[in-house]
Write a protein that binds this ligand. Structure first.
Ligand code: CA
Ligand code: CA
Length: 481
């Protein structure tokens, strides 16, 4: 009798082990700036990302994850506050130190690192985590802030002075520079984080650690040391698909919102034959950062913290490299909103791909849930735990991206529904149109899909917050005034 009870207990324990995740104690939080879906593990035909791929092999890769805003400042402000841009009004770029005073919604906000600190965590960070690093002063100890690295005396290819008066500024340029990795701030970020991990493991392993690394490449300028460019043969790269007349079925406001005038125009790129070189430089920047991530993974594997550490890797938004005829972020199309998102660690299933729509807003509540901390009632995202525990749990949710007040994109499993402030719409069906070329919004057959998705638009569009600005684009100069 006793042995049968024992067996029942063993069986119950096995079921518990299968259906509930082990609780991690530490977090390695890795942010990458402007990294789109060009990853080997996401099926990109060109990208060399061995370290991101091995992270995907040991954890869960979200293949349909999206940012809340398709530019750096508001995307990171949303992730760190746990609030939607439509709640805070932070639609445009913002200085970290101004987030709290920016809007009524952010006055009492507790940033993610602060929340962890309040629950006993030591918080260490280096690089681009908030838009500028840590000017919000939330980490216990911080290395250097956002730094895009050394620049040559003169631009190689793309001089913003050509456009400055009329079109704003950009750091866009590309080429082999500097000579050695050691001069790259991202190289120094990796070194700082590796040292912090080693020191914490040796001296303070009993205290839970939140260790954050923010890498700046592949954000422009695409300057990388020559060996990374040499990894790609420019002539044999597969260029992204593009249709010349793609914009013909767009509403007028879409053309104004999605144009990024300071960035290289498609016509200019084609006329000068720069597309392969731009793609090569972006990919080289991706592989350079992948290499930095590899150093962090190696250091963690060698650390006494390894078995208890959750790894979360994300990018703040995507990037177009010619898709839909543009070379920029700042759009409500999938190339600008989709981000790599990887979660690995104790109890997280290895090698699983999740296609359910998720968002960066979900990271704050997911971390609290996985770490066994009390939820923050003000978080507007949801824990991703069900998707980590089960291959296909019920998931009636969509991902929401906002670009300026009243302009939203919703992503479901197969559909992208965009609605602009004037009521104009776009609808794409990824199951038959993976490149978002065929705007179905006006078709009668789309009515039911739009109706079902419409309920997910935010109920409120906060006015643009104080200090939130965006002046790259005529539409925004007007809308965010
Ligand atoms: Ca960014
Ligand atoms: Ca089209």
């Amino acid at each position: 009798m006793r042995s049968s009870i024992y067996l029942v207990c063993l069986a119950a324990q096995a079921i518990l082990t299968m259906t509930s995740l082990a609780k991690p104690r530490h977090v390695l939080f890795i942010a990458i700036d402007d990294l789109n879906g060009y990853l080997g593990c996401l099926g990109d035909p060109n990208a060399q990302t061995p370290h991101l791929d091995r992270l995907a092999e040991r954890g869960v890769l979200f293949t349909n994850a999206h940012c809340q805003a398709p530019i750096c400042g508001p995307s990171r402000a949303s992730l760190m506050t746990g609030l939607l841009p439509s709640t805070t009004g932070i639609y445009g770029q913002i200085q970290d130190a101004k987030i709290r005073e920016a809007s009524p919604a952010t006055q009492e906000v507790v940033f993610l690192p602060d929340y962890l600190e309040q629950h006993g965590y030591r918080t260490l960070g280096c690089g681009k985590l908030f838009h500028q690093g840590d000017r919000a002063k939330v980490f216990d100890r911080f290395g250097h802030g956002t730094n895009f690295g050394p620049k040559p005396e003169r631009r190689f290819h793309y001089d913003p002075a050509w456009f400055e008066d009329r079109l704003g500024n950009t750091q866009t340029d590309w080429g082999a520079y500097p000579d050695a990795d050691e001069a790259m701030p991202d190289h120094q970020t990796a070194a700082w984080v590796v040292a912090a991990l080693r020191d914490h493991g040796a001296q303070q392993a009993d205290q839970p650690l939140f260790l954050a690394a923010g890498f700046c490449r592949p954000h422009v300028p695409w300057y990388v040391p020559p060996p990374w460019l040499d990894r790609y043969d420019r002539g044999s790269l597969r260029l992204p698909p593009y249709q010349k007349d793609d914009w013909d079925d767009l509403p007028e406001i879409s053309r104004r919102v999605n144009v990024a005038p300071a960035m290289p125009a498609m016509d200019w790129v084609l006329e000068h034959g720069h597309w392969p070189a731009i793609l090569q430089a972006y990919l080289a920047s991706v592989t350079f950062t992948d290499h930095q991530v590899g150093k962090l993974l190696d250091a963690l594997d060698a650390s006494p913290l390894a078995k208890e550490t959750l790894i979360v890797l994300w990018s703040d938004h995507g990037y177009h490299l010619g898709e839909k005829g543009r070379f920029a972020k700042q759009a409500l199309w999938q190339e600008a909103t989709r981000v790599p998102l990887l979660i690995a660690g104790p109890g997280i299933p290895a090698g699983r791909k999740v296609a359910a729509p998720v968002q960066l807003l979900d990271l704050y509540p997911t971390l609290l849930d996985l770490l066994g901390l009390p939820p923050n009632a003000r978080n507007e995202g949801r824990s991703l735990r069900p998707l980590l525990e089960n291959p296909s749990p019920p998931w009636p949710h969509v991902a929401l991206t906002t670009y300026g007040p009243g302009n939203h994109a919703l992503q479901s499993l197969h559909h992208r529904y965009i609605r602009y402030e004037d009521g104009s719409e776009e609808l794409y069906d990824h199951s038959v149109d993976p490149h978002e070329w065929d705007n179905l919004a006006g078709k009668t057959a789309s009515t039911a899909i739009k109706e079902a998705m419409r309920a997910h638009f935010p109920k409120r569009d906060a006015p643009n917050a104080r200090h939130s600005r965006y002046d790259f684009n005529a539409y925004f100069r007007e809308a965010l005034r």
